[in-house]
Each structure stands twice: as structure tokens, then as C-alpha cells.
Design a protein around this ligand. Structure first.
Ligand code: G1P
Length: 255
């Protein structure tokens, strides 16, 4: 939403669909549209472009992995500025344990020189976070992929395809941006501690879609008030009441 994206497709396994729908509905409460699709078996991240073919239509597309969390001043603006009509764009983030991730080497003019998936001997400390921007041709690229040794359509193979065509750019994620891959119990715990500490210290909520929708002008104050009037009073709705009534708070931009 901070990147100005207002059409979202959530792809989940069938057992989880009901929970996602009951939490996020059609997205209209955030001034966006949310559709849902099912991935029948874990056939790889790149299958998203085949499942989502109709949803994507003739557009460019951004893919975000559901277990990745991003937080940082200006990160939304950095995303908003990406032009992916001709080039695919990935990100790089310095980590102490690159062997857990896709690892990238950046060459001249920000183009990608090499990519390794979970390498034993990483060529750099630059991990590839789970957020990717592609031209529309990614659908055909995904359709022509062969499953890897673990039987999955790998996102790394999509990226290697664009790299070989000299059309894969890599943006460094700023040092002040926090990125968590919450795929393990420990990393999920780390992310929740980080978010709890910042939220308690500042009094702002992180990634509160209703607040972002209001600040981005996707919904009006009246629409948010109306939506809040249908909800029980709790710590979350009290925060949104505060966002609505405290004009000083609203002056803190979210970028
Ligand atoms: C996937 C990608 C990997 C990327 C990571 C980011 O790995 O294959 O390249 O660095 O997401 O979270 P997974 O977490 O599915 O093992």
C-alpha cells in the first residue's frame, strides 16, 4: 500500500483461506481490492505468476512473500519509485548468515552479476529479500520453468532468466531498513520483539493498513469512522480513534 499498490492477490493453501478472508475481507475497508487464490501444493514461489495470470492481466507485478516483514523510513517511497516495465528488480540486504537465502552479486550499473540459492560458500553477504518487481513477461518465464531438484518452480530461476537477459536490477536496501524472514520460530520471535519494542517506544503502530489507507488518501476520515463504529473497542481500534482525532499524530508522515 505504501508503494501505491491497490490491487492485491493473496495466494494461500486452502486450509488457511478462511482465516485470511475473515481478517482482510475484500480490502474495501482499506480502499484497495483484495482477491484470493489457492496454491494446491507447495510447488514453489514462482507458481504465483501462473496462479495469478488472470489477476495480473497485462500489468507489471510485485510479489511479496507472506513470511517477510519490512520496516524502515522511506522504504515505501523506494518501492514506489521502481519502474518495472522493462527491467525486473530485486533487492539486496546485508546479513550475517547469507547461506540461509538467495545471495546476489551486483555488477555495473546496478545489474545483477550472479545469483546463488542458499549457497554453501556465498559470493557476497547480500541476501535477496522476498520482494520482487517484474515486467508482465514474468508470466511466460514462470510457465517455461522446469521444477528444481526439490520439485519446485524456483523464484531464483525466474531471476536467473532476467539476469541472463541483462534485465535484472538490484537495489540495495538501506541500512536503516529492517528485514525479517520469519520462516523459523526464532526469527518470528525476533520480528515480534522488534515490532513490540518500536511500537511501545513510539506509540505508533507498524503496518496498520487502516492508518496507511487514511494517510495515503485511499479512504476518508468519515469512511474510517464508519468502519470503526462496527468494531468492538480494543487497543487496536483505540489507536485508530487516536489517529483520527489527534491532528498532531497525523502530521507524522508514513513513507
Ligand atoms: C526464498 C527464496 C530466497 C530468498 C528468501 C527470502 O527462500 O528462495 O531466494 O532469499 O525466500 O525470504 P525460502 O524462505 O522460501 O526458503
Amino acid at each position: 500500500m505504501l508503494a501505491g499498490i491497490r490491487e492485491v492477490l493473496i495466494i494461500t493453501k486452502s486450509e488457511d483461506l478462511v482465516q485470511f478472508k475473515s481478517l482482510l475481507h475484500s480490502g474495501s475497508q482499506f480502499g484497495i481490492s483484495i482477491q484470493y487464490a489457492i496454491q494446491k501444493k507447495p510447488s514453489g514461489i514462482a507458481e504465483a505468476f501462473i496462479i495469478g495470470e488472470e489477476f495480473i492481466g497485462n500489468d507489471e507485478v510485485c510479489l511479496i512473500l507472506g513470511d517477510n516483514i519490512f520496516y524502515g523510513e522511506g522504504f515505501g517511497e523506494q518501492l514506489d519509485s521502481i519502474d518495472c516495465e522493462l527491467y525486473a528488480t530485486i533487492f539486496a540486504y546485508t546479513v550475517s548468515d547469507p547461506e540461509r537465502y538467495g545471495v546476489v552479486e551486483i555488477g555495473s550499473e546496478g545489474l545483477v552479476k550472479s545469483i546463488q540459492e542458499k549457497p554453501v560458500s556465498p559470493k557476497s553477504a547480500l541476501a535477496i529479500p522476498g520482494i520482487y518487481f517484474y515486467p508482465n513477461s514474468v508470466i511466460e518465464v514462470a510457465k517455461n520453468l522446469k521444477p528444481s531438484f526439490r520439485g519446485e518452480l524456483e523464484i531464483t530461476d525466474v531471476n536467473i532468466h532476467f539476469m541472463k537477459n541483462n534485465s535484472l536490477r538490484c537495489n540495495l536496501m538501506r541500512r536503516g531498513t529492517a528485514w525479517f524472514d520469519t520462516g523459523t520460530f526464532d526469527s518470528l520471535n525476533d520480528a515480534s520483539t522488534f515490532i513490540r519494542v518500536i511500537e511501545q517506544r513510539q506509540g505508533f503502530k507498524i503496518s496498520c493498513p487502516e492508518e496507511i489507507a487514511l494517510r495515503k488518501g485511499f479512504i476518508s476520515k468519515t469512511e474510517l469512522r464508519l468502519w470503526l463504529s462496527t468494531k468492538p473497542i480494543n487497543e487496536y481500534t483505540k489507536y485508530l480513534e487516536r489517529v483520527l482525532s489527534d491532528s498532531e499524530l497525523l502530521e507524522f508522515e508514513v513513507k
